[in-house]
Design a protein around this ligand. Structure first.
Ligand code: C5P
Length: 223
Protein backbone atom coordinates (compact mmCIF):
# COMPACT_ATOMS: atom_id res chain seq x y z
CA UNK A 1 0.00 0.00 0.00
CA UNK A 2 1.06 3.57 -0.74
CA UNK A 3 -1.74 5.30 1.18
CA UNK A 4 -1.97 6.76 4.70
CA UNK A 5 -5.46 7.47 6.02
CA UNK A 6 -5.94 10.13 8.69
CA UNK A 7 -9.11 9.70 10.75
CA UNK A 8 -10.24 12.78 12.69
CA UNK A 9 -12.32 11.30 15.52
CA UNK A 10 -11.95 13.89 18.26
CA UNK A 11 -15.29 15.69 17.90
CA UNK A 12 -17.81 15.89 20.72
CA UNK A 13 -20.87 15.08 18.60
CA UNK A 14 -23.09 17.76 20.14
CA UNK A 15 -25.68 17.42 17.33
CA UNK A 16 -26.09 13.73 18.18
CA UNK A 17 -27.35 14.65 21.66
CA UNK A 18 -25.74 14.11 25.07
CA UNK A 19 -23.33 11.19 25.50
CA UNK A 20 -19.81 9.99 24.71
CA UNK A 21 -17.64 11.68 22.02
CA UNK A 22 -19.30 10.94 18.68
CA UNK A 23 -16.74 8.47 17.32
CA UNK A 24 -17.16 6.34 20.44
CA UNK A 25 -20.98 6.15 20.31
CA UNK A 26 -22.30 2.67 19.61
CA UNK A 27 -23.73 1.63 16.25
CA UNK A 28 -25.10 -1.92 16.26
CA UNK A 29 -23.08 -2.60 19.43
CA UNK A 30 -19.72 -1.25 18.26
CA UNK A 31 -18.31 2.28 18.33
CA UNK A 32 -18.64 4.30 15.10
CA UNK A 33 -14.83 4.49 14.97
CA UNK A 34 -14.52 0.68 14.93
CA UNK A 35 -16.87 0.45 11.94
CA UNK A 36 -14.95 3.21 10.14
CA UNK A 37 -11.47 1.75 10.77
CA UNK A 38 -12.53 -1.76 9.80
CA UNK A 39 -13.71 -0.52 6.39
CA UNK A 40 -10.60 1.64 5.83
CA UNK A 41 -8.31 -1.29 6.69
CA UNK A 42 -10.15 -3.48 4.17
CA UNK A 43 -8.98 -1.24 1.31
CA UNK A 44 -5.90 -2.91 -0.26
CA UNK A 45 -4.03 0.38 -0.90
CA UNK A 46 -4.01 1.38 2.76
CA UNK A 47 -0.58 1.13 4.42
CA UNK A 48 -0.97 3.36 7.50
CA UNK A 49 -3.94 4.53 9.59
CA UNK A 50 -3.61 7.42 12.06
CA UNK A 51 -6.58 8.24 14.32
CA UNK A 52 -6.95 11.58 16.14
CA UNK A 53 -8.94 10.72 19.28
CA UNK A 54 -10.33 12.89 22.07
CA UNK A 55 -7.29 13.65 24.30
CA UNK A 56 -8.90 11.96 27.31
CA UNK A 57 -9.59 8.77 25.35
CA UNK A 58 -6.29 8.06 23.57
CA UNK A 59 -5.50 5.00 25.70
CA UNK A 60 -8.94 3.46 25.48
CA UNK A 61 -9.12 4.10 21.72
CA UNK A 62 -5.75 2.33 21.25
CA UNK A 63 -7.06 -0.71 23.12
CA UNK A 64 -10.38 -0.58 21.25
CA UNK A 65 -8.74 -0.55 17.81
CA UNK A 66 -5.88 -3.00 18.46
CA UNK A 67 -8.02 -6.04 17.51
CA UNK A 68 -9.45 -4.24 14.44
CA UNK A 69 -6.34 -3.06 12.54
CA UNK A 70 -2.81 -1.73 13.16
CA UNK A 71 -3.34 1.98 13.90
CA UNK A 72 -1.49 4.92 15.44
CA UNK A 73 -3.62 6.98 17.83
CA UNK A 74 -2.76 10.61 18.64
CA UNK A 75 -4.63 13.25 20.67
CA UNK A 76 -6.84 15.47 18.50
CA UNK A 77 -7.28 19.24 18.78
CA UNK A 78 -10.03 21.75 19.52
CA UNK A 79 -11.03 22.01 15.84
CA UNK A 80 -11.23 19.33 13.17
CA UNK A 81 -8.39 21.04 11.29
CA UNK A 82 -6.10 20.76 14.33
CA UNK A 83 -6.99 17.09 14.70
CA UNK A 84 -6.06 16.44 11.06
CA UNK A 85 -2.77 18.34 11.46
CA UNK A 86 -1.91 16.24 14.54
CA UNK A 87 -2.61 13.01 12.65
CA UNK A 88 -0.64 14.18 9.60
CA UNK A 89 2.40 14.88 11.78
CA UNK A 90 2.36 11.23 12.92
CA UNK A 91 2.52 9.67 9.42
CA UNK A 92 5.83 7.81 8.97
CA UNK A 93 8.03 8.17 5.88
CA UNK A 94 6.70 6.12 2.98
CA UNK A 95 3.11 6.80 1.92
CA UNK A 96 2.96 9.50 -0.77
CA UNK A 97 -0.84 9.59 -0.88
CA UNK A 98 -2.75 10.83 2.17
CA UNK A 99 -6.51 10.47 2.63
CA UNK A 100 -8.50 12.27 5.32
CA UNK A 101 -11.63 10.44 6.43
CA UNK A 102 -14.20 11.40 9.08
CA UNK A 103 -14.86 8.71 11.68
CA UNK A 104 -18.47 9.85 11.50
CA UNK A 105 -18.73 8.36 7.95
CA UNK A 106 -18.60 4.94 9.55
CA UNK A 107 -20.21 2.93 6.73
CA UNK A 108 -18.00 4.21 3.90
CA UNK A 109 -17.22 1.27 1.60
CA UNK A 110 -13.55 0.28 1.04
CA UNK A 111 -14.22 0.74 -2.69
CA UNK A 112 -14.61 4.51 -2.16
CA UNK A 113 -11.25 4.63 -0.37
CA UNK A 114 -9.74 2.84 -3.38
CA UNK A 115 -11.35 5.09 -5.99
CA UNK A 116 -10.18 8.30 -4.27
CA UNK A 117 -6.65 6.88 -3.85
CA UNK A 118 -6.61 5.77 -7.49
CA UNK A 119 -7.49 9.28 -8.69
CA UNK A 120 -4.59 10.76 -6.68
CA UNK A 121 -2.27 8.04 -8.00
CA UNK A 122 -3.44 8.91 -11.48
CA UNK A 123 -2.06 12.43 -11.13
CA UNK A 124 -4.64 14.58 -9.31
CA UNK A 125 -3.21 16.49 -6.32
CA UNK A 126 -6.60 16.87 -4.63
CA UNK A 127 -9.63 14.53 -4.95
CA UNK A 128 -13.03 14.68 -3.25
CA UNK A 129 -16.00 12.27 -3.41
CA UNK A 130 -19.26 14.12 -4.11
CA UNK A 131 -22.97 13.59 -4.58
CA UNK A 132 -25.45 15.78 -6.46
CA UNK A 133 -27.55 18.09 -4.28
CA UNK A 134 -31.16 16.86 -4.33
CA UNK A 135 -32.84 19.73 -2.47
CA UNK A 136 -33.33 23.23 -3.80
CA UNK A 137 -30.89 25.47 -1.90
CA UNK A 138 -31.63 29.05 -0.78
CA UNK A 139 -29.29 31.66 0.62
CA UNK A 140 -30.86 33.45 3.63
CA UNK A 141 -30.00 36.42 5.87
CA UNK A 142 -29.73 36.41 9.68
CA UNK A 143 -33.52 36.84 9.94
CA UNK A 144 -34.24 33.75 7.75
CA UNK A 145 -35.39 36.00 4.91
CA UNK A 146 -34.58 34.50 1.52
CA UNK A 147 -31.88 36.35 -0.41
CA UNK A 148 -31.93 34.09 -3.44
CA UNK A 149 -31.95 30.64 -4.96
CA UNK A 150 -28.65 28.95 -5.76
CA UNK A 151 -28.34 26.96 -9.01
CA UNK A 152 -28.49 23.42 -7.69
CA UNK A 153 -27.04 21.91 -10.86
CA UNK A 154 -23.70 23.58 -10.08
CA UNK A 155 -23.55 22.35 -6.46
CA UNK A 156 -22.09 19.16 -4.98
CA UNK A 157 -22.39 17.71 -1.48
CA UNK A 158 -18.88 16.74 -0.38
CA UNK A 159 -17.95 13.58 1.50
CA UNK A 160 -14.77 11.96 2.72
CA UNK A 161 -12.29 10.32 2.21
CA UNK A 162 -10.62 13.30 0.56
CA UNK A 163 -7.32 12.38 -1.07
CA UNK A 164 -4.13 14.37 -1.63
CA UNK A 165 -0.58 14.07 -2.76
CA UNK A 166 1.19 14.07 0.60
CA UNK A 167 3.38 17.09 -0.13
CA UNK A 168 0.30 19.12 -1.13
CA UNK A 169 -1.65 18.34 2.05
CA UNK A 170 1.41 19.08 4.22
CA UNK A 171 1.93 22.44 2.53
CA UNK A 172 -1.79 23.25 2.84
CA UNK A 173 -1.78 22.61 6.58
CA UNK A 174 1.42 24.64 7.03
CA UNK A 175 -0.22 27.56 5.22
CA UNK A 176 -3.59 27.15 6.99
CA UNK A 177 -5.30 30.14 8.59
CA UNK A 178 -8.79 30.09 10.07
CA UNK A 179 -10.15 26.56 10.51
CA UNK A 180 -12.17 25.19 7.57
CA UNK A 181 -14.60 22.27 7.62
CA UNK A 182 -12.64 20.19 5.10
CA UNK A 183 -9.10 19.68 3.87
CA UNK A 184 -9.80 20.28 0.21
CA UNK A 185 -10.71 23.85 1.21
CA UNK A 186 -7.14 24.42 2.40
CA UNK A 187 -5.75 22.97 -0.82
CA UNK A 188 -8.11 25.12 -2.94
CA UNK A 189 -6.84 28.22 -1.10
CA UNK A 190 -3.34 27.43 -2.37
CA UNK A 191 -4.65 27.43 -5.93
CA UNK A 192 -4.20 23.69 -6.38
CA UNK A 193 -6.94 22.11 -8.56
CA UNK A 194 -9.29 19.72 -6.77
CA UNK A 195 -11.30 17.19 -8.78
CA UNK A 196 -14.49 15.29 -7.95
CA UNK A 197 -15.16 11.55 -8.12
CA UNK A 198 -18.55 9.92 -7.49
CA UNK A 199 -19.33 9.55 -3.78
CA UNK A 200 -21.47 6.91 -2.07
CA UNK A 201 -24.78 7.05 -0.20
CA UNK A 202 -23.14 4.75 2.36
CA UNK A 203 -20.55 7.47 3.12
CA UNK A 204 -23.21 9.56 4.85
CA UNK A 205 -21.97 11.56 7.84
CA UNK A 206 -23.61 10.32 11.01
CA UNK A 207 -24.41 13.66 12.61
CA UNK A 208 -27.94 13.61 14.05
CA UNK A 209 -29.99 10.88 15.77
CA UNK A 210 -31.83 10.24 12.47
CA UNK A 211 -28.52 9.38 10.76
CA UNK A 212 -27.66 6.90 13.51
CA UNK A 213 -31.04 5.20 13.08
CA UNK A 214 -30.54 5.09 9.31
CA UNK A 215 -27.04 3.61 9.73
CA UNK A 216 -28.41 0.92 12.09
CA UNK A 217 -30.98 0.03 9.45
CA UNK A 218 -28.41 -0.06 6.64
CA UNK A 219 -26.19 -2.39 8.70
CA UNK A 220 -29.14 -4.68 9.45
CA UNK A 221 -29.70 -5.01 5.69
CA UNK A 222 -26.08 -5.94 5.02
CA UNK A 223 -24.15 -2.68 4.45
O1 C5P B 1 -18.04 18.29 13.50
P1 C5P B 1 -18.13 17.36 12.33
O2 C5P B 1 -19.23 16.36 12.47
O3 C5P B 1 -18.09 18.03 11.01
O4 C5P B 1 -16.78 16.52 12.44
C1 C5P B 1 -16.29 15.77 11.38
C2 C5P B 1 -15.20 14.84 11.89
O5 C5P B 1 -14.15 15.60 12.51
C3 C5P B 1 -15.72 13.85 12.96
O6 C5P B 1 -15.23 12.55 12.65
C4 C5P B 1 -15.15 14.41 14.25
O7 C5P B 1 -14.89 13.41 15.22
C5 C5P B 1 -13.86 15.07 13.78
N1 C5P B 1 -13.40 16.15 14.68
C6 C5P B 1 -12.12 16.07 15.25
N2 C5P B 1 -11.68 17.04 16.09
C7 C5P B 1 -12.47 18.08 16.43
C8 C5P B 1 -13.77 18.18 15.86
C9 C5P B 1 -14.21 17.20 14.98
O8 C5P B 1 -11.37 15.12 14.97
N3 C5P B 1 -12.00 18.97 17.29
Amino acid sequence: GDVAVLVPAAGAGVRLGPGAPKALRPLAGEPLLVHAVRRIAAAPSVHTIVVAAPAADVGSVRRMLAPVAPVTVVPGGAERQASVAAALAAVPAGPEIVLVHDAARALTPPELVESVAAAVRGGHDGVIPVLPVVDTVKEVDAGERVLGTVDRAALRAVQTPQGFRRSVLTAAHEAAGDPLTDDAGLVEKMGVPVVCVPGSDLALKITRPFDLALAEHLLSTGA
